[in-house]
Design a protein around this ligand. Structure first.
Ligand code: SF4
Ligand code: MG
Length: 328
């Protein structure tokens, strides 16, 4: 498949009174057409900031993209003007968030909110927009679409609202759907339904999905390819089966152990000892060294390079796999 999005050495930093937070620090990866790519990691690792950078929603003066490029359909997103960017946001890339209630306008009906982008971006007239909106409500698996069209957000359940958000996100046939923890606020049953829906829709309209999650269960269900982030860096990336079969980075290995066992009354949650490092003024070393049982001297001094150690599509940034470290 062709490349759709390419992040090249992206650096998005935030200035705080305590110092600089390198929220995304030299991150490169590619999303291919029709692919579901999961970005996984604990909160604060830079997953959302990566997506926000792609949408150009980083707010100056605190937040700034200080380096790198983001290529989308032959254009460097970071070089586009406001008008070109809002066109991309309206037509090519859609985003859905964790809490649909905060994204929906409480005083407008569902119908008004679905038809608005259709009128604005696809230039449909009211009647066409209404017809398409009803189709979209059906597409996301909500019965009695006509009734829902006239309902207000508070009249729907959380799961239904997330379906509506997906309908709105799909209204312009985006090439890329970004979903930032789309099921985190939902209970387990509804969560499974929403994931099913997203998979279903991806097959029907062949959109690419960038799915941001902290939940490896979601990754296992959804991903073609996985990027694991830790403290602003990609520490491992691989096709999903490869990653689950052969996790290389100690952090990924820890995350896999932390995966809750589903269908068991008592969930055993394994948590990785220690905490994510203070994000301010991080050093150029392995950011996981405090928590790693394999930590060597070099880990505290130098950043391990992200590279392949066999399978060309599987890359890991860890000194355990480097000759240089073994010689020390
Ligand atoms: Fe652990 Fe060192 Fe690998 Fe970092 S580079 S994960 S500290 S072994
Ligand atoms: Mg987030």
């Amino acid at each position: 498949a062709k490349d759709l999005v390419e992040f090249r050495n992206l650096k998005t930093h935030f200035r705080t009174t305590a110092g600089t937070v390198k929220a995304v620090d030299d991150v490169s990866f590619t999303i291919r057409e029709g692919e579901t790519l999961c970005v996984v990691g604990e909160s604060g690792c830079g997953k959302s900031v990566t997506a926000m950078s792609l949408m150009r929603l980083i707010e100056a003066p605190t937040g700034n993209i200080v380096g790198g490029e983001i290529w989308f359909g032959g254009k460097d997103i970071l070089k586009l003007n406001k008008k070109e960017m809002s066109q991309i946001r309206g037509n090519d890339i859609s985003i859905i968030f964790q809490e649909p209630m905060s994204s929906l306008n409480p005083v407008l009906t569902i119908g008004e909110q679905i038809t608005e982008p259709l009128i604005l971006h696809l230039l449909l007239n009211r009647k066409e927009a209404r017809k398409k909106a009803i189709e979209l409500i059906n597409l996301v698996g909500i019965p009695r679409a006509e009734e829902i069209f006239h309902a207000y957000p508070h009249e729907l359940s959380g799961g239904m609202r997330q379906r509506i958000m997906i309908a709105i996100a799909l209204s312009c046939n985006p090439k890329l759907l970004i979903a930032d923890e789309p099921t985190t606020a939902l209970d387990v049953t509804i969560q499974a339904q929403i994931l099913d829906l997203m998979r279903d829709i991806k097959q029907k309209i062949n959109t690419s999905i960038m799915l941001i999650t902290h939940d490896l269960g979601v990754v296992a269900e959804m991903a073609d390819f996985v990027v694991v982030m830790y403290a602003g860096k990609i520490i491992e990336e691989a096709p999903v089966l490869e990653l689950f079969k052969d996790p290389q980075h100690p952090y990924t290995q820890g995350l896999l152990k932390a995966k809750p066992i589903i269908n068991q009354e008592q969930e055993r949650l394994y948590s990785i000892p220690g905490q994510v490092p203070n994000p301010i003024e991080l050093e150029d070393n392995c950011h996981f060294h405090d928590r790693c049982q394999f930590c060597m001297d070099i880990c505290k001094q130098k950043q391990p390079p992200l590279r392949t150690h066999g399978n060309a599509k599987h890359k890991t940034a860890c000194w355990l796999y480097e000759e240089e470290a073994k010689r020390q």
